[in-house]
Design a protein around this ligand. Structure first.
Ligand code: V47
Length: 401
């Protein structure tokens, strides 16, 4: 019996050579990686890069997500989370409710609070500053990873900074005020896919890619580390995905070449979930498409250290497979999550530390608890400390390498 049909796609040989030599892949390589039927070689290449960077480590953190309000001025067609003011199910948390969640998370031993919400028409800039200040007072051990670039631009409007001609200058004022109130880093949400056609069809009214990238650039300039997402599997093309990854790579080049005090730490490809959204007639990406997109992200983004398989959207078994396909991180214990509820989940979506570690071990990897800045954490129950005592920028860079 001939096994020729199992042979490697010969077109991948050049890409494999580039990867072995540490050469950068270009847009044509990205297109080929999306086109090849040879998924095994693609996965193997991504795994090779992942193992060269992180060995058998698989990172997770003990975190808690907080979605402070689902009220949103936008009507993104992929979103099942947003509600209009007064609509059934619309909510916003008071500062005291948020403080209680912070105290609970800290008592549980969480290292991070990941905070995002809709673009609320009524909440003042002070609400957001107060939220951060209160959490820093009530739960000072929590790293506050808060507000997507979309919320930051909304806050620039709310605080009238967006009236300035200089968009980046207004964003800077807002980010500095939030940082001084306790903001520690920015999550990667709201990037969706960097393409104006897709933007206008599916999330008109939201900031465009140039604004999203400007917010992250300014964040890096003012010393904040950030993440980046890519929402795929809806009305975008695979070429759009390649362009999205290249734009992220260029932005990271800018941060690294200019030695900015912040940069992207992690990229998170997010598979579109149609249920409950205005695009629910679409099928959503298949498991194989998820693996392919993850592997391409790992291979194209040679300058971003970490790639996350967000288990909430991928499921735990899929996240296990993804550790072999380029991912080195699975996010954290989460506890509460309101934005997507896969397979009929409610807002309580939690894994315990034991389950997280067992899941990673069963996939053949070594579980490493990290803090938000990817420093190893030493834990004894709810008590924890960062393995490297000092918190200098030099230390961060050391751990990132
Ligand atoms: O920005 C919304 C996406 C994002 C749907 O920074 C959807 O560490 C799929 O950004 N199907 C929020 N995706 C989640 C996010 C995130 C998650 C985990 C870790 C980090 C990080 C960031 O969720 C939104 C949007 O792109 N989203 N609706 C949906 N129906």
């Amino acid at each position: 019996m001939s096994l020729n049909w199992l042979a490697m796609d010969a077109r991948l040989a050049d890409i494999a050579r580039k990867i072995d030599h540490g050469d950068r892949l270009d847009a044509d390589d990205g297109a080929l990686l999306f086109d090849t039927p040879d998924l095994w070689t693609l996965g193997e290449l991504a795994n090779r890069v992942r193992r060269a960077k992180h060995g058998d480590a698989a990172y997770y953190n003990v975190n808690q997500h907080l979605n402070y309000s689902n009220v949103c001025l936008l009507s993104c067609r992929f979103c099942e989370f947003q509600r209009k003011p007064g609509q059934a199910g619309a909510y916003e948390f008071s500062i005291e409710q948020i403080a209680q969640k912070g105290r609970d998370a800290q008592a549980r031993g969480a290292t991070e609070m990941h905070i995002v919400g809709g673009l609320h028409p009524k909440l003042s800039f002070d609400y957001y500053l107060e939220m951060l200040r209160t959490l820093k007072t009530e739960a000072p051990k929590l790293h506050l990873k808060a507000f997507t670039a979309v919320e930051i631009v909304h806050l620039a409007r709310v605080s009238k900074q967006a009236l300035r001609k200089d968009f980046a200058g207004g964003v800077k004022v807002v980010l500095e005020a939030l940082r001084d109130a306790g903001l520690d880093s920015l999550p990667g949400g709201g990037a969706e896919v960097f393409d104006d056609r897709v933007h206008d069809e599916a999330w008109r009214g939201k900031i465009r890619s140039d604004e999203w990238l400007t917010v992250h650039r300014v964040a890096h300039e003012v010393g904040l580390f950030t993440n980046a997402t890519m929402l795929y599997g809806h009305i975008e093309t695979r070429e759009n995905r390649v362009q999205h990854l290249l734009k992220l790579r260029d932005e990271q080049d800018h941060a690294l070449q200019n030695e900015l005090p912040g940069r992207f730490q992690c990229v998170i490809p997010l598979p579109f979930f149609p249920d409950g959204s205005a695009l629910q007639h679409l099928p959503g990406p298949s498991g194989l498409e998820n693996l392919r997109t993850l592997a391409v992200a790992r291979l194209m983004l040679d300058n971003i250290e970490h790639v996350k398989a967000f288990w909430i959207m991928q499921t735990l078994p899929m996240a296990q497979v993804m550790l072999d396909w380029g991912a080195d991180d699975v996010d954290g214990t989460v506890v509460w999550y309101d934005i997507t509820k896969v397979g009929g989940a409610g807002t309580h979506q939690e894994v315990t530390i034991d389950t997280m570690r067992r899941t990673i071990r069963e996939a053949g990897y070594r579980p490493v608890e990290r803090d938000t800045l990817y420093r190893p954490v030493v834990r004894d129950g709810a008590k924890w400390s960062v393995h490297h005592a000092s918190d200098t920028t030099a230390d961060r860079v050391y751990i990132l390498k």
